[in-house]
Design a protein around this ligand. Structure first.
Ligand code: C2E
Ligand code: MG
Ligand code: MG
Ligand code: MG
Length: 284
């Protein structure tokens, strides 16, 4: 290896790192304006019973960037967390979600549609003003028949157990439900889980994806189903994409599903149109 190659190699690395830092910085700057310019959008993905009836939905944030088009939350949520903008963004998500539900309710909602779940970032959840923020949104737009569920992650719970349980109990008293997102990928212990006011475990997509026609061995799913049963929790399987996955999960006792097999996330207007049709969401 010559000296020049080494230098080139190094320079290449340097330039790509610089580009990465620059694009992160641009995202961070753009996010400051995104709320005020109305660039954030709420999309909803149906959650269905095994009969394909929509019993609820998960809110998924999208950013319609003026030049880059639709940006995935996988790209900008971590930027918002690191730059301290996540609380302001999710405050908008909370308020806008509840406002939309109230609006839908005034135009008519199917009786079978009972809950909407909202992702909450750990750093936001742990902020001292979080409880009153949620209470504020609830006071502004309450809908009697639709429950709000907050999705949190396992690691948040162990890192700040005392604070987390206080926050959860205060919000539970206001009618908020809690689910653990991406369940099985974190580090929560049975002891923690049994002490928290939880309602739902969401089986992470990584445990659903390997299910196929060949094998019916699903040790992790079996353990999660058993745990949920013992703890009195509901289970939702995430990322269900095929009939084989749905069938096997049903055999294992799963009652609620979310995934492309039933529906992809939809822009809120398109989602409401689908919801109003009261269709059974099963591909034929
Ligand atoms: P998540 O909460 O686990 O949401 C499920 C993700 O899986 C969504 O990706 C959804 O579009 C995708 N998905 C659903 N069904 C399927 C399927 O059958 N196959 C596959 N391959 N994917 C499926 P999305 O919308 O890109 O969101 C990614 C993550 O971004 C979410 O994962 C959530 O952790 C985060 N996120 C979204 N909105 C918010 C928010 O308002 N706040 C926070 N903190 N995080 C958010
Ligand atoms: Mg989620
Ligand atoms: Mg998540
Ligand atoms: Mg998830």
């Amino acid at each position: 290896r010559t000296k020049a190659e080494g230098r080139n190699g190094f320079r290449f690395f340097d330039v790509s790192m610089q580009r990465l830092a620059q694009s992160r910085w641009q995202l961070e700057e753009g996010l400051h304006q995104a709320i005020h310019r109305g660039e954030l959008e709420l999309w909803f993905q149906p959650q269905v019973t095994k009969e394909g009836v929509m019993s609820g939905a998960e809110v998924l944030l999208r950013w319609r960037h003026p030049t880059r088009g639709l940006i995935s939350p996988l790209e900008f949520i971590s930027v918002a967390e690191e730059s301290g903008q996540i609380a302001a963004i999710e405050e908008w998500v909370l308020d806008e979600t509840m406002r939309l539900i109230k609006h839908w309710d005034s135009m008519g909602l199917p009786e079978t549609f009972r809950h909407v779940s909202i992702n909450i970032s750990p750093s936001h959840f742990m902020q001292s003003g979080f409880v009153s923020q949620v209470e504020g949104a609830l006071e502004r737009h309450t809908v009697a028949n639709v429950n709000i569920e907050l999705e949190i992650t396992e690691n948040l719970l162990i890192e700040n157990f005392e604070q987390a349980i206080k926050t959860m109990k205060a919000l539970q008293a206001k009618g908020i439900a809690f689910s653990i997102d991406d369940f099985g990928t974190g580090y929560s212990s049975l002891r923690y889980l049994s002490q928290l006011p939880l309602n739902v475990l969401k089986i992470d997509r990584s445990f659903v994806a390997p299910i196929d026609h060949e094998s019916d061995e699903t040790p992790i799913i079996d353990v999660i189903m058993l745990m949920a049963k013992k703890l009195g929790l509901e289970v939702i399987a995430e990322g269900v994409e095929t009939q084989a996955q749905r069938t096997l999960l049903t055999e294992r006792g799963c009652r609620l599903y979310q995934g492309y097999f039933f529906s992809k996330p939809l822009h809120h207007e398109e989602f409401y149109t689908l919801l109003k049709q009261e269709r059974v969401l099963l591909p034929t």
